[in-house]
Design a protein around this ligand. Structure first.
Ligand SMILES: C[S@@+](CC[C@H](N)C(=O)[O-])C[C@H]1O[C@@H](n2cnc3c(N)ncnc32)[C@H](O)[C@@H]1O
Length: 469
């Protein structure tokens, strides 16, 4: 047995787990002998799993309980692969993929991820929206919210509002607004002790109690922002009942219009335990993930539905008229790049908004964000410079395969990709480029990575400094 790992586990935690698990305690401990697993989740808004399997240059194996999840080996560095920089997958511990995979999100819905950074669940539900409806992704930490925005941009999610707010403040702006809400709560992280030993060192039972007070407040906020008929998914990566079943049983008492509903099952899942809550038999519909029962770290999930049926949707957003010269500069650029569609849809000029010479593409939905601190409203398209439009990196990543005509596509093993991602200029043969000069989208296997400008067989690199690897 890995005695280092075991000795890092707090005694009070082990005693409580022994009480909880009984005969299962020994197999649970034995799981600490096993190495952790590594996973990636395919961005199905950009690429199908079948095509991903054909082009991925390292070994992957399907995760049996997440339709677009794959295991990869510890010695692979998937973040160094250009497919990652094209936003084709997100690196995520396999169990952590489960919550977003168990809340059904349809294109056009309004979805909130309340504690979203760095984006493990928000990228998944944002991708499921397929550019329609609205994703509000929030995190209370400013630095973490910035990392969240970066991941959502990498995934090419255009219909987003990224805020940096206390959820209790958001309730006033979004009363009973969302069809789906993810509340992946801050928790004591007991389920991650195998993955991150530092978490075990900081653990105390008192912290769990304190977190449970925060979790209850967050649950009430989520319930009050949920539409009648809407669904919310509560998840933690801890085993502590006071952060899991006890939160849900408390919420069911506080908000009787909510009830637990079943999730798509998997043979490795365990049910929630009513005795760890208030005895409510509904708690069996919760899911627990234990590392000795399946190949992942510890998690808890509860899917709840609010009674009633949804009202009419909020309607479409109205923007101010776009200045004629701005439209002209943008059209010039779109003509040069050969824009066909953006994220699967016709480009809609009514959604373009200019703020301080920055151009954004707003979600098509209207919503009230007055008074909220936010770091992004819509897709950042580019900047207005003197008499021209300069495209931004998130625009490049919002293009799907074949949506622009002026492309240079290199194969995943082409060494020029690494040089492009470092900001270097590239030599391009005439037959590799769509046009002899001008703006091009540089792609890996057809999937956009970023912009460049072709001049006499040299691609001037427009991959922004802040994105380089
Ligand atoms: C478990 S992590 C979220 C992980 C994220 N859902 C993912 O899958 O990548 C919890 C997050 O909650 C944020 N947080 C903590 N307290 C919060 C609060 N009161 N309101 C909103 N976010 C909060 C933390 O900054 C942290 O990013």
């Amino acid at each position: 047995m890995d005695s280092d790992r075991l000795s890092a586990l707090p005694q009070a935690f082990l005693h409580r787990m022994k009480d909880m698990l009984g005969d299962d305690f020994e197999p649970f401990l034995a799981a600490y002998e096993q190495p952790r697993t590594y996973g990636l989740r395919v961005n199905t808004a950009k690429i199908s799993c079948e095509e991903f399997e054909q082009i991925v240059p390292f070994e992957v194996k399907k995760i049996p309980w997440v339709s677009n999840g794959y295991f990869y080996n510890e010695d692979v560095r998937p973040s160094r692969c250009a497919l990652y920089q094209a936003g084709l997958y997100y690196l995520q511990e396999p169990s952590a993929m489960t919550p977003a995979s168990r809340i059904p999100v349809e294109p056009g819905e309004y979805v909130l991820d309340m504690c979203a950074a760095p984006g493990g669940k928000a990228t998944a539900v944002g991708s499921a929206l397929k550019g329609e409806g609205l994703l509000v992704a929030n995190d209370i930490s400013t630095t973490r919210a910035r990392a969240l925005l970066r991941n959502l941009e990498l995934f090419g999610i255009p219909n987003l509002f990224v805020s940096n707010e206390k959820p209790e403040k958001m309730v006033k702006n979004f009363p009973e607004f969302f069809h789906k809400i993810i509340l992946d709560a801050p928790c004591s992280g007991e389920g991650m002790f195998r993955k991150e030993e530092a978490l075990a060192k900081d653990w105390t039972p008192e912290k769990s109690e304190e977190l449970s007070r925060i979790q209850k407040q967050l649950c009430l906020n989520a319930a009050d922002m949920l539409q009648p008929g809407g669904q919310m998914l509560y998840s933690t990566c801890t085993f502590a009942p006071c952060e899991d079943e006890q939160i849900i049983s408390w919420l069911l008492r506080e908000r009787p219009e909510l009830s637990l509903i079943s999730m798509e099952d998997y043979e490795g899942f365990s049910t929630g335990n009513p005795e760890w809550g208030d005895g409510n038999p509904q708690l069996k519909k919760c899911v627990r993930i234990f590392p000795h029962k399946m190949q992942g770290e510890g998690h808890f999930l509860a899917l709840l539905q609010k009674e009633g049926t949804a009202g009419p949707s909020a309607g479409t957003s109205k923007t101010s008229r776009l200045a004629a010269d701005v439209r002209k500069y943008m059209e010039e650029f779109f003509r040069e790049i050969g824009l066909k569609t953006l994220d699967g849809q016709e480009f809609d000029w009514n959604r373009v908004e200019v703020r301080a010479d920055k151009v954004y593409y707003l979600p098509s939905v209207s919503y009230n964000f007055r008074g909220l601190t936010f770091i992004r409203n819509g897709l950042y398209l580019g900047d207005l410079k003197k008499n021209r439009f300069e495209p931004a990196q998130p625009l490049a990543l919002a293009f799907r395969k074949n949506e622009a005509e002026a492309v240079i596509s290199l194969s995943v093993d082409d060494p020029r990709l690494e040089r492009y991602l470092k900001g270097e200029t590239l030599t391009i043969e005439p037959e590799e480029a769509a046009h002899s000069k001008g703006w091009h989208l540089l792609c890996v296997e057809g999937y956009p990575l970023g912009f460049g400008k072709l001049v006499n067989g040299t691609l001037k690199n427009k991959y922004p400094a802040g994105w380089r690897v």
